[in-house]
Write a protein of this length. Structure first.
Length: 115
């Protein structure tokens, strides 16, 4: 499984940004795809998750109402639409694919939000 994250960048507080994750290497039926982030000096934390089959979503409290995770089965891609960004959202964002005891990570994409 290969996960290629892209779309990070430098934005101002209140702006929007969409990061993408292109997945390859297998079919992802029954898998869960997620986004995590690691802010400077902090542990990696969960951001959002979506089930590949049904598209059920789960969000961390700090991003609820601002971030939206989605997936495009035809393109084997997962997206994280981030609105009303805050400086505390600054982090490297990682794509994750998991199924049972399998878990794969992408290389991360840096999102920097200036105040």
């Amino acid at each position: 499984v290969q996960l290629q994250a892209s779309g990070g960048g430098l934005v101002q507080a209140g702006d929007s940004l969409r990061v993408s994750c292109a997945a390859s290497g297998r079919t992802f039926t029954n898998w869960e795809m997620g986004w995590f982030r690691r802010a400077p000096g902090k542990e990696r934390e969960f951001v959002a998750r979506i089930t590949w089959n049904v598209g059920s979503t789960t969000y961390a409290d700090p991003v609820k109402g601002r971030f939206t995770i989605s997936r495009d089965k035809a393109k084997a891609s997962v997206y994280l639409q981030m609105n009303n960004l805050k400086p505390e959202d600054t982090a490297v964002y990682y794509c994750n694919a998991r199924y049972l005891f399998y878990s794969y990570w992408g290389q991360g994409t840096l999102v920097t939000v200036s105040s």
